[in-house]
Design a protein around this ligand. Structure first.
Ligand code: PMP
Length: 353
């Protein structure tokens, strides 16, 4: 039965974000930029320390243990940290909290596709400056009146990282706007803009446990910023859902933050495999951007990306492909283990020869 037009007119209909597939059978999964290695060993212990009897109690709404661990790790004060259910939750709340001027917010035309969805959901006007021909963000495009700015660094799905002087230029030209730098992939890249938080009260840096910390399934993200902005974020959070972080996420997250050596070691391995993947794919005739993330954004001048995507999927190798015209000839390939990448290379070698 179809819903009557009378009802429909009061229903908010949006075009939703399309998450990458999560096949339930075993595949070579290079499609959602997860980490192929397990989380830090301390996470296992933290999980074992949980007593299900405590699950009858709500978790700490202030997420104290996790906020404390993050504050110690980044040497900032606890009131500079906000945590949420993945950085998607943190970013969605940032849109709701900070982008209310009525002026268009700015984000690149090719970027994390969730930004457009949140802007539509919250009825925030937006403009999307084009990347240049090499898929770089043109910082001068952000030197104009706006209701806020957001971009990932490294950008997604282009994987290109901009140095901190680039970020500072954007901040200097936007002292009266909130600038959000989404650093989901920064651990694989270079310096974090977090070191600029003390200098710019309009900067918000978000990060996630889903990539370098191997905990996509736990759903933990965070923002670091000026205490006044963090207070505003918390006010909105408490007006929406006060108990966002489960008991398991809080203790496992805190344990993961404490093991910096493990993080560094995992990131080192992934970067090594990334560089090997670049070499192998170049030999097969692929072209790609200078990735500083845990994925490559690659095209083959002689083979249709959509076709390759489908064939790879049939062979149980999942990568990501978008039909959007500007990037329809590209595949986004997550860096897995060396063995997983070998399966990809073997398939491509046979297919392209
Ligand atoms: N930002 C970017 C650029 C991403 O690619 C992702 C992962 N899809 C996220 C944020 C959100 O990650 P999570 O919610 O898992 O922290």
């Amino acid at each position: 039965m179809a819903v009557r037009a009378e009802l429909l007119k009061n229903i908010w209909s949006v075009e939703p974000y399309v998450p990458g597939e999560q096949p339930q059978e075993k595949v070579v999964k290079l499609n959602t930029n997860e980490n192929p290695y397990p989380p830090a060993p301390g996470v296992q212990e933290a999980l074992a320390s949980l007593d299900p009897a405590d699950f009858r109690l709500y978790p700490d709404p202030a997420s104290g243990v996790l906020v404390k661990a993050l504050a110690e790790n980044y040497k900032v004060s606890e009131d500079q940290i906000f945590v949420g259910v993945g950085s998607d939750d943190v970013l969605a709340l940032c849109f709701l909290t900070f982008f209310n001027s009525g002026k268009p917010i700015l984000f690149p035309d090719i970027t994390y596709s969730f930004y457009k969805v949140w802007a539509d959901l919250y009825r925030i006007p937006y403009e999307c400056p084009e990347l240049d021909k090499d898929f770089r963000i043109v910082k001068e495009d952000y030197y104009r009146q706006n209701g806020g700015i957001i971009f990932p660094n490294p950008n997604a799905p282009t994987a290109i990282y901009e140095e901190l002087d680039f970020i500072e230029d954007v901040l200097e030209h936007n002292r009266d706007s909130i600038v959000i730098v989404d650093e989901a992939y920064v651990d694989f890249a270079g310096r974090s803009a977090m070191e600029l938080v003390g200098k710019y009260d309009n900067l918000i840096v978000t990060q996630t446990f889903s990539k370098a910390r191997s905990m996509a399934g736990m759903r933990i993200g965070y923002a670091v910023s000026d205490p006044d902005l963090i207070r505003c974020l918390n006010d909105v959070k408490y007006s929406f859902n006060s108990y966002t972080m489960s008991r398991a996420a809080l203790v496992c997250g805190a344990a993961a933050v404490k093991d910096r050596d493990y993080l560094e070691e995992t990131v080192r391995k992934i970067k090594e495999t990334r560089e090997r993947t670049k070499k192998e794919l170049a030999e097969l005739g692929f072209e790609f951007t200078d990735s500083k993330a845990n994925f490559l954004f690659a095209r083959h001048p002689e083979h249709d990306a959509g076709q390759l995507f489908e064939e790879l999927k049939k062979a149980n190798i999942y990568v990501r492909h978008w039909k959007d015209e500007k990037i329809s000839q590209y595949l986004r390939i997550t860096i897995g283990t060396d063995e997983e990448m070998d399966e990809l290379f073997d398939f491509l070698r046979k297919r392209l020869s």
